[in-house]
Design a protein around this ligand. Structure first.
Ligand code: HSE
Length: 306
């Protein structure tokens, strides 16, 4: 096979109580990429539609991730990448992760899949490092693996995939302001009080347990962030009202998607997720802040070949 076209899904990192360690994959929001083999070695980024991003591979998240993979695999061919960007940069739903993960998935596939999706994660993290200054895996891992992914450890990397309960849906509202992950990380505190750490551990354990046991009530009770949301929410217009509206519409819980400005809610069933999305949208209607709205099941497998 000489080329491949793929769908690269958007993702929700943190999922409230799992800062940098938990993420989930969306089904119907994402970019498309075409990757073709070239005679000349190395990486070329041919075009990026829908975003003004650098074409030089060493300055582009997909390029950096791809170069790291080529360095590791040493193939005798090169690759040409075209990206149709539909996830806006700085949206909080894993725009850079989709590009990095997509490039790796496609190149690995065109080379006969020498690496597993999990083995691609460290290369994708190189892209995140370029984009945000931090090599977090909570967007790239769910993009590559699907479902929910827990990063149990970064050193050494230990990633666990957790299948989502079938009736779980995500609602996402993206207020159209750009919030750079780097900036949203720079305001975080380096130290946390023990009391808050205890609450966070309880909720993260509760959420994981709720996912395994399909206990929607437990999932909802656990969607609470003691550490990051109380610091970051000021960066997002009407955050508290948006979250409250989703809850009133019947969502199980919600919070900031990744580093924002997108806000997410999880619901049991598509109908409730749609109601939650409409309620979130109603908060921004009339404020003059444009937004995009998504309702999506959890994507069980991640990147798809088109
Ligand atoms: N865990 C990262 C953060 C995700 O919250 O900064 C960024 O999308």
């Amino acid at each position: 096979m000489e080329n491949i076209r793929i769908f690269c899904p958007a993702t929700i990192a943190n999922v409230s109580c799992g800062f940098d360690v938990l993420g989930l994959c969306l089904e119907n929001v994402g970019d498309e990429m075409t990757i073709a083999k070239t005679e000349a070695p190395g990486i070329t980024i041919k075009e990026i539609i829908g975003a003004n991003l650098p074409l030089a591979p060493e300055k582009n998240v997909a390029g950096v991730a791809a170069l790291a993979l080529l360095e590791h695999l040493q193939p005798d061919r090169g690759f040409e990448i075209s990206i149709d960007k539909r996830i806006k940069a700085g949206s909080g739903i894993g725009s850079s992760a989709a590009s990095a993960a997509g490039a790796l998935f496609a190149i690995n596939y065109l080379l006969g899949s020498p690496l597993s999706p999990k083995e691609l994660v460290p290369f994708a993290m190189q892209g995140e490092k370029l984009a945000s200054g931090s090599a977090h895996a909570d967007n790239v891992a769910p993009a590559l693996l699907g479902g929910f992914t827990l990063i149990r450890s970064y050193e050494p990397l230990d990633i666990i995939k957790i299948d989502a309960p079938e009736e779980l849906y995500a609602s996402v509202i993206h207020p159209q302001i750009e919030l750079r992950t780097m900036d949203a990380r720079s305001i975080l505190k380096n130290n946390i009080p023990l009391k808050k750490a205890i609450v966070q551990c309880g909720n993260l354990a509760g959420l994981i347990s709720g996912l395994y046991t399909k206990d929607y009530g437990l999932i909802g009770r656990s969607l609470h962030d003691e550490l990051v949301e109380p610091v970051r929410y000021i960066l997002i217009p009407k955050f508290n009202d948006i979250k409250a509206a989703a809850m009133q519409a019947g969502a199980l819980g919600g919070g900031i998607s990744g580093s924002g400005p997108s806000v997410f809610a999880l619901s049991r069933g598509k109908e409730t997720a749609q109601k939650a999305a409409q309620a979130m949208a109603a908060v921004l209607d009339g404020t003059g802040i444009p937004y995009e709205l998504h309702v999506s099941p959890i994507n069980p497998t991640g990147i798809k070949i088109l």
